[in-house]
Design a protein around this ligand. Structure first.
Ligand SMILES: [Zn+2]
Length: 208
């Protein structure tokens, strides 16, 4: 059985939604494709090439430890017109991490690359952690998980997860990682084609 929801259940969005960003209210035709857990050698560049081919922009929620290893990839993301967000220095589970350590880890990532967009790893963050971070960061969740990280999910199913649910204002999660690559590349291609066919625009998340 799948242990995650492609779309967050409405009840979770209502309880936790007041300080978290689950979608962008949007009168235009923008959708927001996001890529977590990179940057990754041999993967992130392929994502950038695909986005470029479709004149699309994206947001990369990078891990601080990966940015330290691949500053060239961070530079490439920025120079091609995309946005970098904070995903923590390490991929910490907020529910299992003391608030002070959690906040330190986010700050450590921000020292590598300064941004005011933060996405909690696994989407797991405590109210006390939100309280500490919310003045400095926009905490970005999602409206759609592609499921690209799930070894039991086929590339076609990942594409379907996105295409059946995406609409203007949607925030979609992909992963630019080695493990997700096969599913992600296929789902991303299909998503970009779908977005074009609807005359929508894939845009980077607005910073504040
Ligand atoms: Zn992550």
């Amino acid at each position: 059985m799948r242990t995650y929801f492609v779309k967050p259940p409405a009840v979770i969005r209502i309880i936790r939604g007041n300080r978290l960003q689950w979608s962008i209210s949007n009168k235009s035709d923008e959708v927001y494709l996001t890529f977590d857990d990179g940057p990754t050698k041999g993967v992130t560049i392929s994502v950038l090439d695909r986005l470029e081919r479709h004149n699309a922009r994206g947001t990369f929620f990078c891990l601080g430890k990966n940015m330290v290893q691949h500053p060239d990839l961070v530079q490439e993301i920025i120079s091609r017109g995309h946005v970098v967000g904070n995903h923590g220095f390490e991929h910490l589970n907020g529910w299992r991490t003391k608030t002070s350590s959690y906040v330190d880890n986010v700050e450590r990532c921000n020292e590598v690359f300064e941004t005011n967009l933060f996405r909690p790893p696994y989407g797991k963050i405590l109210a006390s952690q939100i309280k500490e971070l919310k003045s400095q960061y926009k905490i970005v969740m999602w409206s759609i998980l592609s499921g690209d990280f799930d070894a039991k999910c086929s590339p076609k199913q990942c594409a379907k997860n996105v295409i059946q649910n995406i609409r203007p204002g949607s925030i979609v999660v992909f992963h630019d990682t080695v493990n997700a690559k096969e599913n992600m590349m296929y789902a991303l291609d299909e998503t970009l084609r779908h977005v074009e066919s609807r005359n929508w625009q894939a845009a980077a998340l607005p910073e504040f």
